[in-house]
Design a protein around this ligand. Structure first.
Ligand SMILES: [Zn+2]
Length: 336
């Protein structure tokens, strides 16, 4: 069987015609397998969803109880057969609940990695390499120029800034699913034990992480109206990037805008966003991690789903690995 007979990019997303299912479809479908809870991968309105328990919970938190017609939880490493096609979920190390999905038929195995990273992250299960014939990878940071620093070094920059500007409210922009909890946890692991204030949009997801055993320390609501402004002097406030454009952010005293994202290594982006303290903390692989992962897996073929596809395809070809871009649309990761 050719790999394209098992899985191919349809307009709705990656489609397995034999199994009759899609992976991370961008439109409502009959049967969807979902890699993780970011909104570009996990959409509401599918008739049936198969995903990890945590991804299903996250979808329910974000979209409400009616997010899908029916749901089924997949355990890591367990095999499920759908219309004669074997599927299994494996940790991707991206955010809580995130999975790679292996699709197998007649000895041909394709692994859809979704979004993944290799750096240690105590807020989710660590990436597990899954041997395969075809490895489908993202390439969000798929250019040789992308080297992400150690996230703990970035966290220490934040602590240094808090010491240097003890009166200023440190406002940290971080995506609500994954990045916010990771930044909070990094601060805790760096020894920061004061209360951390969070925007209301982060509350239910932070509570969910805590319920799953991810310690985040003391979190308090960053509600400006009802409180004495002075409690925010020198405090850490975490909110979704979108909140930084509205009135909520302007109420803090002399705020110091920070932003946690892999894109913060691009100075121009930080500048455009008015970020004073860029924190290069990414939930994706950087270039060395992408290429090391492919070298480690040694697949016969690599398909690149989204991001900077061309450079990674070229790199694979230079290594003697067949590769092609899939040009999937609709994936603009909310959790970079
Ligand atoms: Zn993602």
């Amino acid at each position: 069987m050719r790999p394209e007979q098992l899985l191919y990019p349809a307009p709705e997303g990656l489609f397995c015609p034999i199994g009759g299912f899609y992976i991370d479809p961008v439109q409502p479908v009959e049967r969807a397998l979902i890699t993780h809870g970011h909104s570009d991968h996990a959409r509401s309105g599918h008739a049936h969803v198969l995903a990890t328990r945590q991804t299903l919970d996250i979808m329910r938190i974000r979209y409400g109880a009616e997010f899908a017609g029916s749901e089924q939880a997949a355990d890591f490493g367990e095999e499920e057969t759908i219309n004669g096609v074997k599927v299994s979920f494996h940790p991707a190390g991206h955010v809580l609940g995130s999975a790679q999905i292996a699709v197998e038929k007649d000895g041909l195995r394709i692994v859809v990695s979704g979004d993944y990273k290799r750096r240690p992250d105590p807020t989710c299960a660590a990436y597990v390499p899954v041997p395969c014939d075809v490895f489908i990878t993202e390439a969000t940071f798929g250019l040789p120029v992308f080297h992400h620093p150690d996230p703990m070094v970035e966290t220490r920059k934040l602590l240094a800034s808090l010491r240097q500007f003890p009166e200023r409210t440190h406002l940290i922009g971080a995506y609500a699913l994954g990045k916010a909890q990771r930044v909070i946890r990094l601060l805790r692991d760096a020894g920061y034990d004061k209360p951390i204030y969070i925007h209301g949009a982060l509350e239910t997801l932070c509570d969910y992480y805590i319920s799953q055993g991810i310690a985040l320390g003391e979190l308090r609501p960053a509600t400006v109206e009802s409180r004495d402004q002075s409690i925010f002097h020198g405090a850490v406030v975490v909110g979704p990037p979108s909140a930084f454009q509205d009135r909520w952010a302007r109420r803090f005293h002399d705020p110091l805008p920070a932003f946690a994202s892999g894109w913060m290594m691009v100075r121009q982006r930080a500048k455009q966003l008015g970020v004073e303290l860029p924190l290069v903390i990414s939930d994706h692989c950087d270039w060395p991690e992408l290429t090391e992962t492919i070298s480690e897996l040694k697949p016969a073929e690599v398909w690149v789903t989204h991001g900077r596809e061309e450079a990674l395809v070229r790199w694979c070809e230079l290594q003697g690995i067949a590769a092609k871009p899939l040009h999937l649309i609709g994936y603009e990761d909310e959790g970079d």
